[in-house]
Each structure stands twice: as C-alpha cells, then as structure tokens.
Design a binder for this molecule. Structure first.
Ligand code: HEM
Length: 141
C-alpha cells in the first residue's frame, strides 16, 4: 500500500474572485492562492495596493516591486492552496492567444493590412492549450 500524498486544496477563479475585500482578501501569486486578510495591516506597502489586486492574479504586481526574500518567506504562512489545473491551463492558453494575436498583428502589418487575423492560428492554440493542460495535470500528481 502506498501512503496517500498530502491533499492540496485547489481553487477555481470564480471562488478566488469572491474574496476581494479588506475583510476577506485572497490573491494568486505564481499559481498559488494566498489568504492575505490577516497580513493586510502589516503590509509595508500599505493596504490599498493589496486590495487593488484582491481576488486576482497578483504575480506581476508582486514581482514588479522586487519583493525581498523575507517577503517571499512570508507568503508561506499565507498559503491556502493552488490554482486548479484547469485555471492554470486557461491562463497559459490566454498567454498563447495573446502571443498569437501579437504575431497575427505583426504579420498583418507586414502584409500591409491584408492578414488573415487569428483564423489560421486557432487549431495551433487549441493544441498548445491541450498540451499545457496535460503537462500541468502530470506535474500535479
Ligand atoms: C501576500 C503578498 C505580499 C507580501 C507577503 C508582501 C510583503 C511585503 C514586504 C515584506 C515588504 C517590505 C519590503 C520587502 O521585504 O520586500 C513589502 C513592500 C512593498 N509591497 Fe508587498 N507584499 C505582498 C504583496 C504586494 C502586492 C500585491 C503589491 C502591489 C500590488 C505590493 C506592493 C508593495 C510595495 C509598493 C512595497 C514597498 C513599500 C516601500 O518600500 O515603501 N506588495 N511587501
């Protein structure tokens, strides 16, 4: 018999998005979900910036500040679970679509405004999104 792995809670965006007030504030940083409610008072950067990204992905905001290792260590005590595999895949797929859009725009510009838009890239995006989903699913086991 094998010992079951420690159960990690996973959350969908719909649930995370519901926690966005001063009294109940969650955020996602690098695919991990944090309950920052109790830390709000202590945040050296103030409450407002935290509330602005409440219930959302705060990865970019967190990285842009160049938070210290101490700040990163603090995250551990606020950790409540992971973003669900589907939500992670959705985000990765959105990035691919963004990239595809940028490529399509560039191609269109080069072709003097007569591009095909995103149409030829749709199957590619679907394949990449599926691959990302499978990859993340595997990683979580
Ligand atoms: C749970 C997540 C967060 C933790 C644990 C955290 C922790 C900290 C800590 C410990 C500092 C002091 C400087 C350092 O050690 O790096 C700090 C500063 C700061 N944080 Fe955060 N932070 C978080 C999220 C955020 C977010 C999402 C933003 C922006 C949207 C933000 C904006 C700032 C700013 C602007 C400062 C600089 C304050 C100053 O130097 O005057 N923080 N944070």
């Amino acid at each position: 018999m094998t010992t079951p792995a420690k159960e990690i809670r996973t959350f969908e965006w719909s649930e995370i998005a519901a926690h966005k007030t001063r009294d109940d504030l969650w955020m996602v940083i690098d695919g991990k979900v944090y309950d920052t409610t109790k830390f709000l008072d202590e945040h050296p950067g103030g409450e407002e910036v935290m509330i602005e990204v409440g219930g959302q992905d705060a990865s970019e905001a967190f990285e842009e500040i160049g938070h210290s290792d101490d700040a990163r260590a603090l995250l551990e005590s606020l950790y409540i679970g992971d973003l669900s595999v589907a939500a992670k895949a959705g985000k990765a797929a959105a990035k691919v679509v963004d990239g595809a859009q940028a490529t399509a725009d560039a191609v269109k510009q080069k072709a003097g405004g007569s591009g095909f838009g995103l149409f030829p890239l749709v199957p590619l995006v679907a394949v990449v999104a599926f691959a990302v989903y499978k990859y993340l699913e595997k990683q979580q086991v």
